[in-house]
Design a protein around this ligand. Structure first.
Ligand SMILES: [Fe+2]
Length: 178
């Protein structure tokens, strides 16, 4: 019988967390990461004030928000993601994130192909592949920083739209006396 492949880990106890500092962000990311042949998964915490610069990667990304909130911007649109939300970022779309909440945002993130081409992320990522699988695995993709001159305009508009939508209609107010 062949050796038992490393297909199971305790994410909490066996996959060591590490920190990475994305370019231009005032705050780092505290994360755990695993990779397979075609996908990488990270469980990442971003403190309030975390704000990345626009970037792209040749991988599709899905985020599931476990705790807190995070604004995710994809080109001209911004999405306020809260606990329980799932967010898709298509391949090669310019995107960035901003934690405008009061506490950390914890998110499970999947990238396919894996995002472990990024040396910063690769350092702490645990392989869940056998040696044979590793030899055949796809090359990991990388984060590529890009210029996005419309950033401030997009953020301002997206935040205003959501804040306006959240504002309760003013009704049933008692008329002022006299
Ligand atoms: Fe991304």
């Amino acid at each position: 019988m062949s050796e038992k492949p490393p297909y199971r880990f305790s994410f909490e106890n066996e996959v060591k967390p590490y920190r990475v500092q994305p370019p231009k962000s005032p705050k780092d990311i505290f994360l755990r990461m695993v990779e397979g042949t075609d996908i990488s998964i990270m469980l990442a915490s971003r403190d309030a004030g975390y704000h990345t610069a626009p970037h792209v990667h040749d991988a599709e990304q899905f985020n599931y928000i476990i705790e807190g909130e995070l604004w995710i911007f994809v080109e001209e649109h911004g999405y306020r993601c809260v606990k329980g939300d799932i967010m898709r970022v298509p391949r090669n779309k310019i995107h960035w994130a901003w934690n405008r909440g009061s506490g950390p945002c914890v998110m499970l993130e999947a990238h396919t192909p894996p995002l472990t081409g990024d040396p910063m992320l690769k350092t702490g990522a645990i392989s869940m592949m056998t040696e044979e699988e590793e030899a055949e695995a796809l090359d990991g993709t990388v984060n590529i920083q890009v210029e996005y001159p419309k950033l401030a305009e997009v953020e301002e508009r997206a935040i205003r739209e959501v804040e306006e939508a959240n504002r309760l209609p003013v009704k049933n107010l008692a008329p002022a006396d006299g």
